[in-house]
Design a protein around this ligand. Structure first.
Ligand SMILES: Nc1ncnc2c1ncn2[C@@H]1O[C@H](COP(=O)(O)OP(=O)(O)OP(=O)(O)O)[C@@H](O)[C@H]1O
Ligand SMILES: [Mg+2]
Length: 450
């Protein structure tokens, strides 16, 4: 940055200095020419009147030399310092006033500007030559140029130094941030980059980076916890399986072995379902796209969930009202959502589960109600976290409770479909809980079935 800015400043100064010197030279020369041509006019008016001796009186600057020549370019009058010398110019061909640059003349210090003014003498046509030394112009220009030659590098040094300092001050915090950022590894995300004590873009960059690190740290912690919890969930059933299998191997002749095998099969099926759930959650954490989306008839899904729950037996399952409702989404995921809510309600219900599907404005509303113990208000957010189980271990085993991932899957699916889920008390003052899922209805004339 310093180099670029300094180069620009240097070029600008150089161009400016050059232009200034050129301008000075031109304006000095122009004023010399004006004075010379005035002098020529005065001499001319005298010559025309015939009152010009052989010597032209020297007025003003000694550096001005005057010659009057006749039609054959012979000197008929001149200032004393060039008296007796030949003409300073070859008479120009055209009879118009012109200016010439002449390096050397018999008198005075050159170089010279010579004005040739055509004049009509009493003896015929002639010329008046007025030469002015540009000596002083040259020295003025040289003086100015050398002043610039010394001054400009000095100015440039000051500019470079100031730029270097200013840029350094800006860069220093960036460098500190860079150094810290390069030392933050994948393992330890607890470090933060230093936030400079300014309120500029760099400070807000540091704050943004720290926010990002915070999010990364949280995500990484969640990821680790998920892996830990998942391993833990899988380890206990696997250990139980191992014991049963070992016993069966040790006593192959035992008629109970067949029973053990059936038991093992059930547990393997549950573990497979759990692994399936875990994979679903892991994919959600990666933000990976879900299955294909299309128009889904929620009422069909509700009816088949109802049928499934009734076939399982247990508490009575009733339909509390149903409306045609279409949403855009994944049929498989929405069925899974209903199944998880249905299973929970069935597990916790005392004697009755009811399901209701209504529509209101642009929303489909699914109510899954049971008459169980209900969920305390303070637990209503927590139950959607992964691996959260409210029932104590004993009652869980007694009821064959799950891993605590069902509701987090439900929440994931609801989010995927831009919907909401809430837990409420029953409106009829009975014990139990109501899960209310709101999903946006498919727009009229929206995408049709593929
Ligand atoms: N209808 C309900 N009534 C009372 N408590 C409930 C109800 N639904 C869920 N819960 C509580 O919320 C917890 C979390 O439910 P979630 O469905 O996530 O896990 P789970 O049913 O225990 O296991 P999984 O669904 O993974 O087999 C349950 O363990 C239970 O304590
Ligand atoms: Mg569940």
């Amino acid at each position: 940055m310093t180099l670029t800015a300094s180069s620009v400043v240097a070029l600008t100064l150089l161009a400016g200095g050059f232009a200034l010197v050129l301008l000075l030279q031109q304006s000095l020369i122009a004023s010399l020419d004006t004075v010379a041509s005035e002098r020529a006019q005065v001499v001319a008016s005298r010559a025309v009147g015939g009152n010009l001796g052989s010597t032209v009186t020297n007025t003003g600057s000694q550096n001005t030399l005057v010659q009057v020549v006749d039609s054959s370019n012979r000197v008929v009058a001149a200032t004393s310092d060039i008296d007796g010398e030949g003409p300073m110019l070859v008479a120009p061909a055209e009879r118009v006033t012109r200016v010439f640059n002449v390096d050397r003349l018999p008198a005075g210090d050159g170089p010279f500007r010579v004005i040739a003014l055509p004049v009509r003498l009493p003896t015929g046509s002639g010329w008046i030559y007025v030469a002015t030394s540009t000596n002083q112009v040259v020295s003025a220009v040289v003086n100015l140029a050398s002043l610039f030659g010394i001054g400009l590098p000095l100015v440039l040094i000051v500019v470079v130094w100031a730029l270097w300092r200013a840029v350094g001050q800006v860069i220093r915090p960036v460098d500190a941030i860079r150094r810290r950022a390069s030392s933050i590894g994948g393992e330890d995300l607890s470090q933060r980059v230093p936030v400079p004590d300014t309120s500029d873009e760099i400070a807000s960059l540091a704050v943004t980076m720290n926010d990002m690190l915070e999010r990364l740290e949280t995500a990484s912690l969640r990821q680790r916890q998920f892996v830990g919890d998942a391993s833990h969930e899988l380890r206990s059933p696997l250990a139980a399986l191992q014991v049963q299998v070992e016993v069966a191997i040790a006593h192959p002749e035992d008629p109970g072995s067949a029973l053990v095998l059936a038991n093992v099969e059930g547990q393997v099926a549950r573990m497979a379902a759990l692994i399936d759930d875990l994979l679903f959650l892991a994919r959600g954490a990666e933000g990976a796209p879900r299955g294909p989306t299309r128009l889904v008839d929620l009422d069909d899904l509700v009816l088949s969930e109802l049928r499934r729950l009734r076939e399982l037996g247990g508490p009575a399952v009733e339909l509390d009202g149903i409306r045609a409702a279409r949403v855009v989404g994944s049929e498989r995921d929405l069925a899974r959502l209903l199944r998880n809510l249905g299973d929970n309600a069935r597990h916790h219900a005392h004697s009755q589960v009811s399901i209701r599907l209504t529509t209101r404005e642009n929303w489909a509303k699914i109510y899954v109600t049971d008459d169980g113990a209900g969920i305390q208000p303070q637990d209503r957010d927590r139950v959607f976290e992964r691996f959260t189980r409210l029932d104590d271990a004993r009652s869980r085993t007694a009821r064959g409770g799950g891993a605590g991932v069902g509701l987090s899957i439900v929440r994931q699916i609801v989010r995927d479909h831009q919907g909401t889920i809430t837990i409420r008390d029953r409106s009829d003052d009975h014990a139990g809980s109501v899960f209310l899922v709101c999903l946006p209805l498919a727009p009229e004339g929206g995408p049709s079935h593929p």
